[in-house]
Design a binder for this molecule. Structure first.
Ligand SMILES: [Fe+2]
Ligand SMILES: [Fe+2]
Length: 196
């Protein structure tokens, strides 16, 4: 078994909601880190962190839109809830695209990151307090859905050169696009994905 297969097998047990909740926690932690980054740490590390946030958010939004939301739409009779979630995604993606085209230190850069973070907090609360409990009560097979989502997530991470620690190393060894530095790549990829 390769390392990658092992990690896939290990994470196989996560159900769809556990997987999404884990993502939420991770990205909220990254936003907290952003709040703490002091001026002295410099724009480079700030931008690297924001690139990571945007890539994580883009992957998360994609698996929700492609897999989780359509399944939830069928399983619970809550059109409004799902419609609102999709509109919120669109607004968040808008900020992500703007951030990908900016550099840390640009005017409004920090403000956009902060507003994105507040926005995500609100969206996460709605998912976790309203949508997920309803989905849990439905007949949806969360295990099967989780597996499908995990597979798609890993695919997207690989596409964006962000596939966990060991794959990060692999990505660094890959030939990178010549006009983009490695730390710039995830943000560009996130912006491209977000524009889809
Ligand atoms: Fe979510
Ligand atoms: Fe969402």
């Amino acid at each position: 078994m390769t390392q990658k297969q092992q990690s896939r097998a290990k994470t196989r047990s996560a159900d769809a909601i556990a997987l999404l909740t884990q993502d939420h926690k991770k990205v909220q932690k990254l936003f907290k880190e952003f709040e703490k980054i002091s001026e002295e740490e410099g724009d480079e590390s700030k931008q690297e962190l924001v690139n990571q946030i945007c890539a994580e958010l883009t992957i998360h939004a994609t698996i929700e839109e492609e897999i989780f939301y359509p399944a939830a739409r069928q399983a619970i009779e809550e059109e409004d809830l799902l419609d609102e979630a999709e509109v919120e995604h669109a607004t968040a993606k808008d900020l992500i695209v703007q951030l990908a085209e900016m550099a840390a230190g640009d005017e409004l850069y920090d403000a956009k990151v902060t507003v994105l973070g507040e926005y995500i907090d609100h969206h996460v609360k709605e998912e976790q307090n309203e949508m997920f409990p309803k989905v849990k009560k439905s007949k949806l097979d969360l295990q099967a859905l989780g597996e499908q989502m995990l597979e798609r997530k890993q695919e997207l991470q690989e596409e964006m050169g962000l596939a966990g620690e060991e794959a990060d190393k692999e990505a660094d060894e890959d030939e990178s696009e010549e006009d983009e530095t490695p730390q710039r790549r995830p943000a560009r990829a996130a912006a491209r994905a977000a524009k889809r």
